[in-house]
Design a protein around this ligand. Structure first.
Ligand SMILES: *[C@@H]1O[C@H](CO)[C@@H](O)[C@H](O)[C@H]1NC(C)=O
Ligand SMILES: *[C@@H]1O[C@H](CO)[C@@H](O)[C@H](O)[C@H]1NC(C)=O
Ligand SMILES: *[C@@H]1O[C@H](CO)[C@@H](O)[C@H](O)[C@H]1NC(C)=O
Ligand SMILES: *[C@@H]1O[C@H](CO)[C@@H](O)[C@H](O)[C@H]1NC(C)=O
Ligand SMILES: *[C@@H]1O[C@H](CO)[C@@H](O)[C@H](O)[C@H]1NC(C)=O
Ligand SMILES: *[C@@H]1O[C@H](CO)[C@@H](O)[C@H](O)[C@H]1NC(C)=O
Ligand SMILES: *[C@@H]1O[C@H](CO)[C@@H](O)[C@H](O)[C@H]1NC(C)=O
Ligand SMILES: *[C@@H]1O[C@H](CO)[C@@H](O)[C@H](O)[C@H]1NC(C)=O
Length: 401
């Protein structure tokens, strides 16, 4: 039993070693072919490059050729049979081959000239509260194959990979990030001549910038020549959650004008009450985290509409998404508020109510005065009030005069 156990453990140990070796071999083969082509040498522009002929005996080397041609004015042949290229330019890129005295090709190498990477420039952005992405750009045009690795370290020292997708180069995404956590991003640019990394500290709430609101709809308000109703939806990338709401700002202007008017709202719609009657208006909306974290989104696409005018047949519903433009000259009156029949009716009704109230007040006052006068007259033993007598007598006189 014991020996069997031992053998078993030995076997498992061996299999582990074999697995380990296989992995090493795989990773080695990956690294050895990491910059693609076999037989390619990479050189730094401005550096001194020494090409050695891949032959068993250097003294066999009699000649070097560049892309098949024998004169290489930018290099010299050493006594060891090497080719020296001092302060090599980018134009030194090409196929170098070495030949023996008998004119046999000994070996060839492709030289590619370029620069080592500079520190990449990086910025990060969260278009929702759960994922964020970092975008980068090389600071140096290296002219060489380049690879980026992106990783992060969160505050509690958890190290993770910022995921890159082949279809979206120069960016990576951190999934399931914590909104209130901070991350140290490490974006490393690497090429055959070296590597360089940029560290960037980000907190998700400071880099949050939603996508613009979607499904904008701008409609005239029936019978209101100075109103427009605009509505929109949350950006689809911002999954609606009670803890992570957005606020919005609406900007609008007549199509011919250049100055925007801006209003802020927490709602998914707004009514513009000071539109210019009969004029086409342009409206855009942008969004920001409700608690003011991060930045405003870019402006949404523009929508255009003209407020309701009496030229529109009121029997047709105005729910059409694109109201017909009405360019009738008599409809263009920015201050023509009273052309609204509803408003006229409302004004008439309120005038009527006002007149009624005034009439009622006058009547009540009259009745009260009459009652008072009667009372006083009764108290004074049927003698009429002195003042009221004067008043009554004076009034006709004044009128006569
Ligand atoms: C290249 O070689 C020259 C001499 O041939 C030397 O003066 C120079 O410093 C070298 N440059 C580098 C980058 O090694
Ligand atoms: C150098 O030559 C050997 C055989 O002599 C060959 O196996 C090897 O691939 C060559 N290396 C290059 C870089 O050409
Ligand atoms: C290289 O070849 C030369 C003559 O062709 C010979 O004299 C020399 O011994 C050889 N060297 C080696 C290391 O084989
Ligand atoms: C380089 O030149 C040699 C000789 O002309 C040729 O055999 C070789 O295929 C060339 N290599 C490349 C990568 O073009
Ligand atoms: C974060 O990204 C994942 C994967 O793309 C997605 O399933 C998830 O809905 C995103 N989170 C939010 C809040 O949008
Ligand atoms: C950044 O990442 C690169 C490549 O993964 C690594 O070599 C470097 O040490 C990292 N830098 C820091 C400060 O973690
Ligand atoms: C949102 O709309 C409701 C009615 O739909 C309104 O009562 C409220 O004042 C609006 N809030 C804002 C901030 O505009
Ligand atoms: C976000 O706003 C800050 C200032 O509040 C600004 O410096 C930064 O450039 C903005 N970022 C973007 C992506 O607009």
């Amino acid at each position: 039993m014991i020996s069997f156990n031992r053998m078993n453990s030995l076997a498992s140990c061996l299999s582990r070693v074999i697995v380990l070796l296989t992995v090493t071999a795989v990773s080695l083969s990956v690294t050895s072919s990491k910059w693609g082509e076999e037989g390619v040498l990479y050189g730094k522009i401005g550096g001194n490059i020494t090409l050695t002929c891949n032959s068993s005996n250097d003294s066999l080397v009699a000649e070097w050729r560049f892309n098949g041609a024998p004169d290489i004015s930018w290099g010299f042949f050493t006594t060891l049979g090497h080719l020296e290229l001092p302060h090599a330019h980018h134009s030194a890129t090409g196929n170098y081959s070495c030949y023996s005295r008998t004119g046999d090709l000994l070996s060839s190498v492709l030289l590619r000239m370029g620069y080592p990477p500079g520190t990449p420039s990086v910025f990060c952005r969260a278009s929702d509260y759960e994922n964020f992405s970092c975008f980068w750009k090389s600071s140096v045009e290296t002219l060489l194959p380049t690879r980026f690795t992106a990783s992060y370290r969160s505050r509690n020292h958890i190290v993770g990979v910022c995921l890159q997708e082949p279809v979206r180069p120069n960016m990576c995404s951190v999934r399931k990030s914590e909104f209130w956590s901070s991350y140290q991003m490490n974006i490393t640019e690497e090429n055959p001549l070296g590597s360089s990394f940029r560290l960037l500290d980000v907190t998700v709430q400071s880099i949050v910038k939603p996508d613009p609101p979607e499904n904008l709809l701008l409609e005239p308000v029936p019978f209101a020549p100075r109103r427009l109703r605009v509505s929109w939806d949350y950006p689809s990338t911002w999954t609606k959650e009670p803890h992570f709401q957005l606020k919005f700002r609406v900007q609008y202007r007549p199509a011919q004008h250049h100055l925007w008017t801006e209003v802020e709202t927490a709602n998914l719609s707004d009514i513009i009450t000071d539109a210019f009657a009969g004029m086409e208006h342009v409206v855009q909306v942008s969004a920001k985290d409700f608690l003011d974290a991060g930045n405003w989104s870019d402006w949404s696409v523009e929508v255009r509409a003209t407020p309701w005018t009496r030229e529109i047949d009121s029997t047709t519903p105005t729910s059409e998404e694109t109201p017909t433009d009405v360019h009738s000259p008599d409809a263009v009156d920015p201050f023509d508020v009273h052309s609204d029949p509803l408003e006229k009716v409302a004004i008439l009704i309120s005038l009527g109510i006002f007149a009624f109230v005034v009439l009622a007040l006058v009547l009540i006052m009259g009745v009260l005065i009459w009652v008072k006068v009667r009372k006083k007259g009764m108290e004074n033993g049927m003698k009429p009030d002195f003042l009221s007598v004067i008043h009554m007598k004076a009034l006709p006189k004044v009128q006569i005069l």
